[in-house]
Design a protein around this ligand. Sequence first.
Ligand code: S5P
Length: 276
Amino acid sequence: MDRHQTYAERSAKQTNAAAIQLLDTIDRKKTNLCVSVDVTNSKDFLAIIDAVGPYVCLVKTHVDILEDFNRTLVEHLVQLSEKHDFLIFEDRKFADIGNTVALQYFSGVHRIASWAHITNAHPVPGPSVVKGLASVGLPMKRGLLLLAEMSTEGALARGEYTDEAVRIARTHRDFVIGFIAQRRMEGVGLRPGETMHPTEDFLVLAPGVGLDVKGDGMGQQYRTPRQVVFESGCDVIIVGRGIYGKPEALDVQAVQAQAERYRKAGWDAYLERVKR
Ligand code: S5P
């Protein structure tokens, strides 16, 4: 995959339904912005999502932090995804044996597989985590991201660990659509003499994106959309607090202004990257 290929050109070559839907949404809405909504009550959660909906290709959730989670909330979330034309990514970070993650993905209070187009997993258990999740997600046309790197200071996901994450993804290309990482993963983990499969094209979704601050005092590190998309070749910027600020002082118009600011910065960086 050369860095000049457009989202539309790349969509035409994908086979996973969630990857195709995501790339087509990005292309149609002209946004590579994913908003991460880490708030603890459903009123703010839905208000932020309704406000940012027109500006995003994807909404990232942590439904386990919602104090009043219930099935009606999921119905509202799905309605908003249809109203504003975005996909849903539950940032569950599965990290257990195959049998356990399959149960966590399909069952329990949250029933993630029934509503999230995309979820993610730490590759720490090895390929079995992907096998377990694929047993549930593939028949439902879902997609998985592996955490190959993290945005935090001192993260252990680097070097050989990152190489292994990419190797695991290569053996499950039907279900693993890409990575949570800080840069393109092309060529990463190839052993001497190995070449990349001609159809390989993993999406890279990058968290740790902020225009105004460099960190949050708890290990998070921020880079700008241009650094992430143009310099490091990532495909989607994930932005949380940079857009919704402090939820206790929720101002819908300010949230929308920030969403548009990040959307434009991410899209301009993409246009700069694909220019031939
Ligand atoms: O390496 C990572 C991986 C993830 S998924 N670093 C991250 O920050 N995340 C998530 O992205 C994190 O769980 C949070 O939901 C979001 C970043 O939020 P922000 O408010 O710092 O932009």
